[in-house]
Design a protein around this ligand. Structure first.
Ligand code: PMP
Length: 321
């Protein structure tokens, strides 16, 4: 085993696991990229590290500086751990609807937490706009701006996509995942297409997001709703702009929850709902490509982050899941 004294070196180089149940169901090989194995237990550690190192390289973030961000939680956790390891302060603005575990984790990491009511993007109270205002009003601070800062997707072009390509020995037919900022979807898609243009890149869009209709019909229009945290986008962020896309699927929370349960009970993997939605999307993509194909998707974060929500029967009953 390698030994390192740099905790940030633990970000990335995550394992890839062949998922037995989904592979059997689709008569394909479906692989999950274990992003819950990052030190902050989510895919967002990668974006956090790239955003902070990009700000340092540009001279925007100086010693003693503050990192401010609006986040569903995982990016905040990634930024707080990177900030702690590098000696910065973090202020995280988060909608109060996100899981308690994420808030507790952020507090444990020493981030200053600002909770705002869930509001539409058009409202000045939206967590993204609130975080930009706080960054502007704070001395020696940067706004991480994960949605429109393409250092986010670069983490996935040079990191996640390269790793998947190498781990699959260059034998990969398709990739799918859902989009929050779109950094993972666009970055992995771009990175894989740079190796092989024929790899099918498909978006797995949750209900309540507008991207399925945009890519299928050219109109940003949302239908239905989802309780999945961290995914579901209503606009073309800078990270999504120019993303390669060959196909798109609309995936319900029920389909995602079905796979979360099966992966937990059959393979011992405890995941969040966005991972389940990605796996449901991978099964849909595998079925559309035909049997025997090799498909990769993202296992975005740990289910231990949702013990009070997704993995709590009372919460699920309240949400009708
Ligand atoms: N799943 C979870 C649980 C997340 O927190 C996020 C990040 N918002 C995503 C998926 C989507 O990642 P991205 O922002 O790269 O689209």
């Amino acid at each position: 085993m390698d030994v390192t004294s740099d905790t940030l070196a633990l970000i990335g180089n995550t394992p890839l696991v062949r998922l037995k149940g989904p592979s059997e169901a689709a008569a394909c090989d479906i692989y999950g990229k274990c992003e819950f194995a990052n030190p902050g237990a989510s895919v967002k550690d990668r974006a956090a590290l790239f955003i902070v190192e990009d700000a340092e390289a540009r001279g925007a973030l100086c010693p003693g500086g503050t990192i401010v961000e609006g986040t569903a939680g995982n990016t905040g956790i990634g930024l707080a751990l990177v900030a702690n390891a590098k000696g910065y302060r973090t202020i995280i603005v988060m909608p109060e609807t996100q899981s308690r575990e994420k808030m507790d984790t952020l507090r444990a990491l020493g981030a200053e937490l600002v909770l705002v009511p869930a509001a539409p993007y058009s409202s000045p109270c939206h967590f993204v706009h609130t975080s930009r205002r706080i960054a502007e009003e704070t001395d020696n601070a940067i706004w991480a701006n994960q949605f429109d800062n393409i250092a986010n997707r670069r983490a996935h072009i040079v990191g996640t996509a390269e790793e998947i390509w190498n781990q699959m020995g260059g034998r990969i037919d398709g990739f799918t995942c859902a989009a929050g900022t779109g950094g993972t979807f666009a970055g992995v898609g771009m990175g894989l297409k740079a190796h092989d243009e024929s790899i099918t890149i498909a978006l797995s869009d949750p209900h309540g997001a507008a991207l399925y209709n945009y890519y299928a019909h050219g109109e940003l229009k949302a239908e239905g709703s989802s309780v999945a945290e961290g995914i579901g986008q209503g606009r073309i962020t800078a990270n999504l702009d120019g993303a390669p896309i060959d196909d798109q699927f609309r995936i319900s929370d029920a389909e995602g929850w079905y796979w979360v349960q099966r992966l937990l009970s059959e393979e011992g993997l405890c995941l969040g709902l966005s991972s389940g939605i990605n796996v449901a999307g991978a099964v849909a993509l595998a079925r559309s490509l035909g049997s025997g194909k090799r498909i990769a998707t993202i296992l975005c974060d740990t289910g231990f982050r949702y013990l009070s929500t997704l993995h709590n029967p009372a919460w699920r009953a309240e949400k009708g899941l």
